[in-house]
Each structure stands twice: as C-alpha cells, then as structure tokens.
Ligand binder design. Sequence first.
Ligand code: ADP
Ligand code: MG
Length: 329
Amino acid sequence: MTTAIAFRKVSRHYGQVRAVDSVDLDVAEGEFFAMLGPSGSGKTTCLRLIAGFERPTAGEIEIFGRPSSKVPPYRRPVNTVFQDYALFPHLNVRDNVAYGLMIAGVGKAERHRAAEEALAMVALPGYADRKPSELSGGQRQRVALARALVNKPKVLLLDEPLGALDLKLREQMQVELKSLQRQLGITFVFVTHDQGEALSMADRVAVFNEGRIQQVGRPQDIYDRPQTPFVADFVGSSNVLSPEIVARLTGRHAHASLRPEAVRQQPGGRDAQVVELAFLGSVTRMTLTMDGQSLTALVPKGQPVPDKGSTIQIGWDEDALHLMEARDG
Ligand code: ADP
Ligand code: MG
C-alpha cells in the first residue's frame, strides 16, 4: 500500500492559536479520506498545508514519500476544490476549467480538449460556453470539480465542496462524487463538518477537535466504538454517560457511550423520566433523565410513545455500552 499523504507531528500555530497541533496521519493512495470536525477544528488548515499554501510551524508533510517542505504548491501532485468554488465570473466554463493549463502554457486546442473531457467526467458536457452566472449552484460545483480534475492530480483536496447545495442536490452529489472517485482512482481528502456525509462517503474518517485528531478509523468503527466523549457526541450523537453513572452500572469508572437507538423501553428496567419528545418522521426522539443523567432514546414509528412527563423503564443490551479510554476532549 502506497502512502499518498503523511503528516509527521505537524503543527500550524498562529500566535496563540493552535490551528493544527501535532497531527500524525497517513492517507493511502486511492483512498477516500474524510477530515471531519466542527468549525475551527483545523480542517481547512490541514488542506492548505497539503496544498502548500501554508507551511507547518513544526513537523513535516510527505507527499508520496517525499518531504514537501521545499516543494512549491504548483509542483505538488494535488489540486483543491474550494468551498466557494472560486470561479472567474468573466470567463466561460471552458476557460475556467482550462485556466490552469493555460497558465502552464498548454496550447489552445489541447487545453480545450482537456476541458471538454473534464466536463464530461462531471456530467456537464454542452455547458462550455456559459458564464458561471448562467449556472445553478450544483452546476457551478461541477465546474469547480472539473477545473480541479483537468490536470489529472494524484490527490484531490475538497474543502466542504457540497456545503452550499440544498439537501437533495447534496445527497445526489455525494453519490456522484463517490462513484467518480472510484472510477478515477484518485486519492480524495474530503473536508466536512457533516458527520453523515463523512460516514457515508469515506473509506476512513479522521475526527478533529481543536487542531488535534481525536480518532481515525473506518466509519463503522468511529460510529460503533467512539474512543473519546467528543467523538461519541459529535459523530454518533451518542449518549455519553458520566463516569459516576457508569461506575454504578458496571463498577468501572470511565465515560461510556450508548447509542440512542440502543435504548429501549423495558418493563422492570431502570427508571427514567420523559423530559421532551420530538417527532422526526420515521422515529420519535425522547429526551430522558436517569439518575440525573440526560439520555436520548429513539422510538421507531409504530411503537407506543410514552407521555411527556411520565416515568418509564428502560434498558439496553450489555454490549451496547462502550467504555471509553480516559482522554481529554
Ligand atoms: P476549520 O476549517 O476546521 O473550520 P480552520 O483550519 O479554518 O478550521 O481554522 C482553525 C483555527 O485556526 C481557527 O481557530 C481559525 O480561526 C484559526 N486560523 C486559521 N487561519 C488563520 C490565520 N491565517 N490567522 C490566524 N488564525 C487562523
Ligand atoms: Mg474550513
């Protein structure tokens, strides 16, 4: 397995702000790798470091095994799709896509051919003569993608590329992007703050908080076995049980995660008060308190929903409770 991108104890500090703080990371060639985290957690800075728009304050980034510190951005085999697309409004679609090739001195016929090919890849042939203002948001997104693909980068960096799209289009583009990545075999480093997007699209996910990686793993592992309270809360919307409650339940003093869908009504179980109910369509979400601990539980459609304010008995399978290693976060 070839490593496409490696972070070796990489930091990028701005004065007191530790935007990226001692990050170690390996992204394999051909992988769809997601960087997931809340706003301000250092995701964009990581992409800018890979692209060469920023330099690490400490540590080293290797690109295909080669230390990158002396390699300028335009010599790196990577390309970026920016959050705001950054298309040139006065250029038509063809010239936007071919812009990088023009700067690189590629002749007109050749770069136009390459632009048409890239536009076909993103399912946008026939739009070459339009201006960006004559396109929908989804189409502009595709042009930005075509522009990043036109010079056949080995690694594509995508910074919240679907953030500006409405939900339906976003879901459609998620499927298309994923299949495009498979088809082209390009390594994708995909930044998002949307846990559903990261889990559904990526081969592996790195969860960021405050410039540090909390956990790296396959989506299923991140979801089923969050290693820190932060990951449990951010990724799974999991219940994070306090060490005091966990000690009472299991005898071990540690945080534990318990997924809402694992909590069920169980006669003879532990008492819990129904504090809030929210109808979400296919499920109803209950907010409960149990021994002073707040808990979320889901009632699938068709099952009886208890009254708000009532006391119910709840339980869960023993293996649904995941103890977490002691770590801050
Ligand atoms: P994300 O993309 O996850 O939202 P960023 O990488 O953009 O996060 O930012 C991480 C942190 O670094 C934030 O606190 C941000 O304000 C800070 N930061 C980013 N770029 C700069 C900069 N050029 N100067 C000062 N602070 C910055
Ligand atoms: Mg960002």
